[in-house]
Design a protein around this ligand. Structure first.
Ligand code: SAH
Length: 214
């Protein structure tokens, strides 16, 4: 069987598994059905790319489990043309899902090596988005406000800059906690009011301050 057909079938099987686990937004599942996850995982792990589990990428980081990517994308309720800020580009897979959902994506990664790899992977796949090497704690003020903010690393607490850069009427999806995280959805109701709801327990790599050159 041709490689492409094999991966397409594996993707369909993964999407079916996700659909059984939770009634995800079908647009999110359509994005997952389309994106070649095997290209984002580390070399040698391609055969595991469509298992519903996290996998190692470079710099001791991980690509989130497909279930987690689906849940964060679902909770984010992305609309076409939403300006979305992602903290923690990693290998770029979640960013690709956001582009498929029609968002204008800005994504920040603190590890130089990952930033460069993600840039190449996404470029090769013709995804158009803005990637930055930097510290997500600062957000990206020059492009603010964002209709949506998604944090894909475990934040000990919600960074103030991100709250400020969220548009009124906007939504942030962020795993909060140091030892295991609770998925929080934060809606900005007005200039001064936010409403937070909790959506289950997860385990993310930590959100760290500053940048790393490696
Ligand atoms: N969204 C990614 C998940 C990567 S894991 C994917 O689809 O693969 C989380 C990433 O967050 C790691 O790459 C880590 O280096 C990055 N990270 C941690 N703290 C950060 C910070 N302060 N700013 C930006 N990125 C950060």
């Amino acid at each position: 069987m041709a490689e492409d057909t094999k991966y397409k079938l594996l993707r369909q099987r993964l999407v079916e598994q996700l659909r059984q686990k939770y009634p995800f937004d079908e647009r999110v599942l359509a994005a997952i059905a389309k994106i070649p996850r095997q290209i984002f995982v580390a070399t040698g792990l391609e055969r595991l790319a469509y298992e519903d589990r996290p996998l190692p990428i470079a710099a001791q980081q991980t690509i989130s489990q497909p279930y987690t990517v689906a849940m964060q994308s679902h909770l984010l309720e992305v609309k076409k043309w939403d300006k979305v800020l992602e903290i923690g580009t990693g290998c770029g897979y979640q960013a690709a899902v956001l582009v498929e959902l029609g968002a204008k994506v800005y994504s920040i990664e603190r590890q130089k090596e990952l930033y460069e790899q993600a840039r190449k992977t996404l470029w090769d796949l013709h995804y158009q988005l803005s990637l930055f090497h930097g510290d997500g704690y600062a957000g990206k003020l020059i492009f603010a406000p964002f209709q949506k903010i998604i944090v894909t690393c475990g934040a000990p607490s919600v960074p103030q800059a991100l709250l400020e850069q969220l548009a009124v009427g906007g939504r942030m999806v962020i795993p909060v906690g140091s030892n295991g995280q609770t998925m929080q959805v934060i809606d900005r109701l007005s200039e001064t009011e936010y409403r937070t709801t909790s959506h289950g327990k997860y385990s993310f790599v930590p959100m760290l301050e500053g940048t790393a050159e490696k």
